[in-house]
Design a protein around this ligand. Structure first.
Ligand SMILES: C[S@@+](CC[C@H](N)C(=O)[O-])C[C@H]1O[C@@H](n2cnc3c(N)ncnc32)[C@H](O)[C@@H]1O
Length: 271
């Protein structure tokens, strides 16, 4: 039986999560945090939140903080989330291809379980339809657990709800896992993507860029303005002039943009 998460310990976890991942947990998230941490504590057989806090802080190899962040982060995502973003990149890739561009670089920052980068890959495949190109998609996330799922690329029938039938046939193969029917992404999409762990608080980022598109959707909502500003500066640095940053629809970047011009709701172009 676990004890209660008191305010002092909750605040200590909040500071730790902010420090390590830039995630600003609201004051009212106490019950949510308690529930999420309790699963991890249960598997470690640690009965109190105070002891778990000590355990994380004394963990010299830093692996427990990764587990803690794995349990805290919200990974909700789905295929073709905000369809207009994919129509937008399809139009531009088509146009740029006609103009002679062959190299395309896309980054999905906060890719969760892979639905976003795989949707980008399907969109690009459908746009270029076998025409020669040098296309690479970098997909990064903080959570090692979710990245393992993303790399496996195995989904159930419900996950595939938004995927048109012809895409399902072309990009997924039916497999059986524990006697249940599942769908695994095929190599025609997977081969375009490199999955990597990257903490968005670790600026400056090691990549050289330049990217044609950076997707950072439904990730910055967990950060405060200081962190958002730092990220936007990095995205600006890594985009090519005329490249685009795509964010989630609920996210407002008003007052934080330098060198990024709003071209459509939730889409910004590097000047
Ligand atoms: C709600 S999901 C969004 C997934 C996808 N981009 C979408 O819009 O459907 C947010 C993701 O951001 C990741 N995340 C949160 N904080 C992060 C950080 N500091 N660095 C990298 N990824 C982070 C979480 O692990 C999670 O997978």
């Amino acid at each position: 039986m676990l004890n209660n998460l008191d305010k002092k310990t909750f605040d200590a976890f909040r500071d730790l999560v902010y420090d390590k991942a830039g995630i600003a947990l609201g004051e009212k998230k106490e019950a949510l945090v308690a529930a999420r941490l309790s699963k991890r504590m249960h598997s470690l057989d640690i009965p109190t939140y105070e002891e778990y806090y000590e355990y994380v802080n004394n963990d010299t190899d830093g692996l427990e903080i990764i587990k803690l962040l794995d349990s805290i982060s919200t990974n909700v995502t789905h295929f073709f989330r905000e369809q207009q973003h994919f129509d937008f990149i399809a139009n531009h890739i088509d146009k740029w291809y006609l103009g002679g561009q062959r190299k395309f670089r896309i980054w999905s920052a906060g890719c969760s379980s892979g639905e976003e980068p795989y949707t980008i890959a399907m969109t690009i495949n459908e746009t270029l339809r076998g025409k020669a190109s040098d296309t690479r998609i970098l997909a990064t996330d903080l959570s090692t657990k979710i990245l393992t799922e993303a790399t496996e690329g195995i989904y159930n029938e419900r996950d595939l709800e938004k995927i048109p039938d012809n895409y399902r046939r072309t990009y997924f193969e039916q497999i059986k896992v524990d006697n249940k029917v599942q769908y695994q992404i095929k190599s025609n999409c997977r081969s375009l993507i490199t999955f990597q762990r990257l903490n968005l608080t670790d600026t400056p980022f090691p990549m050289k860029g330049p990217f044609d598109f950076i997707f950072c959707r439904n990730v910055m909502i967990y950060f405060d303005n200081t962190m958002r500003k730092r990220l936007l500066e990095e995205y600006h640095r890594l985009l090519k002039p005329g490249g685009f940053l795509l964010v989630g629809h609920a996210e407002s970047l008003t007052g934080m943009l330098t060198g990024l011009k709003s071209v459509k709701p939730s889409i910004y172009e590097k000047q």
